[in-house]
Ligand binder design. Structure first.
Ligand SMILES: Nc1ncnc2c1ncn2[C@@H]1O[C@H](COP(=O)(O)OP(=O)(O)OP(=O)(O)O)[C@@H](O)[C@H]1O
Length: 238
């Protein structure tokens, strides 16, 4: 179908004898914002790393915009117009907010396009007041917003985010939810996340992982009300 921008077919990732991801079939549509949730060890991050090119699946296929990308490296995936934010910080503490975002934009858009993209990213992420500050002086939530600025400066049409709310205060999470909604106006988004307050604030459809497989996919309210989801979070058998 034309509006499917990312698809996996039977994606499997084995570590020794463990199937961390076990035959996952997954679809994302063009205008979607999808959260991947599940208890510790469910396979969400491993699946994310397969999508982002940080791991090559042991089996299965990944298609992005109809093109098979299985086994591609992260920089090759990024070149398709995909913004990737991992749990590893990519900001440079000694540089200002503006310089960090400008360098990211320069890499993808060149000198001509970078200035406009930086101004746009600063405005969309409400970073204008912090633009001249060294990133090393910022609070955790502000740094995370700069990380997102780096992602959107390259004007991606698909954004992959691994636990963007990790370590944030309630206020920072509220602000992050607004930022994600803004990013979602121009890009499809996949987010691996634990924080339920944040998921409720942003999500529509949620995919629940358990033991390397998709347990269910539904609207966030239906997922939260489902006894199977409560059971896996409480450690009962799913
Ligand atoms: N590099 C690795 N080598 C060996 N086993 C791994 C590796 N990465 C993940 N695993 C295992 O794969 C399984 C899935 O882990 P993964 O980190 O994908 O789960 P998760 O759902 O993201 O959990 P969390 O929410 O705790 O990050 C776990 O059993 C984990 O121990």
């Amino acid at each position: 179908m034309a509006d499917i921008v990312l698809e996996t077919r039977g994606v499997t990732m084995r570590f020794g004898g463990v199937n961390a991801v076990d035959g996952v079939d997954f679809f994302l549509r063009r205008d979607e914002l999808r959260c991947l949730i599940g208890p510790n060890g469910a396979g969400k991050s491993t699946f994310f790393k397969c999508l982002a090119g940080m791991l090559t699946p042991s089996a299965g296929e990944i298609l992005i915009d109809g093109q098979e990308t299985t086994g591609w490296h992260p920089h090759e995936i990024a070149r398709l117009g995909i913004g990737i934010k991992t749990q590893v910080p990519s900001v440079m503490d000694g540089l200002s907010v503006r310089e960090n975002i400008w360098l990211a934009a320069l890499r993808v858009l060149g000198r001509q396009g970078a200035d406009g993209a930086v101004a746009d990213a600063l405005e969309r992420l409400d970073l204008g007041d912090l633009a001249a500050r060294p990133v090393g002086q910022l609070a955790h939530g502000e740094r995370q917003r700069v990380e997102l600025g780096i992602v959107i400066a390259a004007r991606p049409w698909l954004v992959l985010l691994d636990e963007p709310a990790a370590g944030m205060t309630a206020d920072e999470i509220e602000r992050l939810a607004a930022v994600i909604a803004e990013i979602g106006r121009q890009a499809a988004i996949i987010i691996v996340e634990h924080d339920m307050q944040f998921i409720r604030a942003i999500a529509r459809t949620v995919t629940v992982f358990a033991q390397g497989r998709i347990l269910m996919e539904d609207h966030v309210d239906a997922v939260m009300a489902d006894p199977r989801v409560r059971d896996i979070y409480l450690g009962k058998k799913g």
